[in-house]
Ligand binder design. Structure first.
Ligand SMILES: NC(=O)c1ccc[n+]([C@@H]2O[C@H](COP(=O)([O-])OP(=O)(O)OC[C@H]3O[C@@H](n4cnc5c(N)ncnc54)[C@H](O)[C@@H]3O)[C@@H](O)[C@H]2O)c1
Length: 254
């Protein structure tokens, strides 16, 4: 089944890079107009140019998802340009304090990770939902992580922020299930993006060790997460809400 979102408007936070860029491209290829929200103007310009080269429509809105006024403006800008909001992929995230034990992690690590990864998803959903409630329908996908479903000794604060995203997703799914709005999360395993490239280069043999842990024997590509996001965003998933979908090559199921 080919997934089509013709005439729909899709918003992607963190759309300047990695998984967000792949999802923005997938939305555009499926026929949606795309709003790319990010702090990284140069990266976002690259995403927009790629979409426009393919004949799609896209708008960049510079947004810090940790700031409520900016999330509100992001949704307003989408409405101003495209008139509606059908799909939102709340994906912007940061990684820090990875490899640190809890007693080594700082209050600043906690505050920054929670501000972007968890509060950012809450603030974006809050303003997206207001519009979706007016429309009487919508689909939201939040980026959690395989580390939002399983514990790890590698880190504490980042996984805690992602467990929060899974909880936020499940509760919101229940609150809006009878309003025509579906809310799901995607939980990537190790994906080859700028976020993980630095971390992987710091540790000798990281990729080799990880490949042995992943039943499929490889690291994932951003496009493989985007495929799951596109499906969750579409009518093909019309009876799916409140799930946290692993896209991890089998890592957490082993
Ligand atoms: N790559 C992986 O292996 C992996 C695994 C699990 C979960 N994730 C999650 O996937 C999401 C995307 O990560 P990625 O791997 O594509 O990383 P990435 O670094 O390539 O992309 C993240 C994007 O988020 C943007 N961003 C950061 N802070 C922001 C803010 N305050 N406001 C708006 N935009 C902001 C960045 O500018 C960047 O464009 C993140 O939430 C990440 O935690 C990634």
């Amino acid at each position: 089944m080919e997934i089509r979102l013709d005439g729909k408007v899709a918003l992607v936070t963190g759309g300047a890079s990695g998984i967000g860029r792949a999802a923005a491209e997938a939305y555009a290829q499926s026929g949606a107009s795309v709003v790319v929200a990010d702090l990284d103007e140069a990266g976002a310009a690259g995403t927009i140019a790629g979409i426009e080269r393919g004949g799609g429509k896209a708008l960049f809105v510079r947004t810090d998802v940790a700031q409520e006024a900016q999330c509100e403006r992001m949704v307003a800008a989408a409405l101003e340009r495209f008139g509606r909001l059908d799909v939102a992929f709340n994906n912007a995230g940061v990684m820090r304090a990875f490899g640190q034990k809890l007693h080594e992690s700082t209050e600043e690590d906690w505050d920054q990770l929670m501000a972007v990864n968890l509060k950012g998803v809450f603030l974006c959903m809050k303003h997206e939902l207001k519009q979706m409630l007016r429309q009487g329908e919508g689909a939201i996908v939040n980026t959690a992580s395989a580390m939002g479903l399983a514990g790890t000794a590698k880190s504490v604060v980042y996984p805690a922020s992602k467990h929060g995203v899974v909880g936020l997703t499940r509760c919101a799914a229940l609150q809006y299930a009878d309003c025509g709005i579906r809310v799901n999360a995607v939980c990537p395993g190790l994906i080859d993006t700028p976020m993980t490239r630095g971390m992987r280069q710091q540790e000798a043999n990281y990729d080799e060790t990880r490949r042995k842990l992943v039943p499929m024997g490889r690291i994932g590509a951003p496009e493989e997460v985007a495929g799951a996001v596109l499906w969750l965003s579409s009518g093909a998933a019309s009876y799916v809400t409140g799930i946290a979908m692993l896209v991890d090559g089998g890592w957490i199921s082993r």
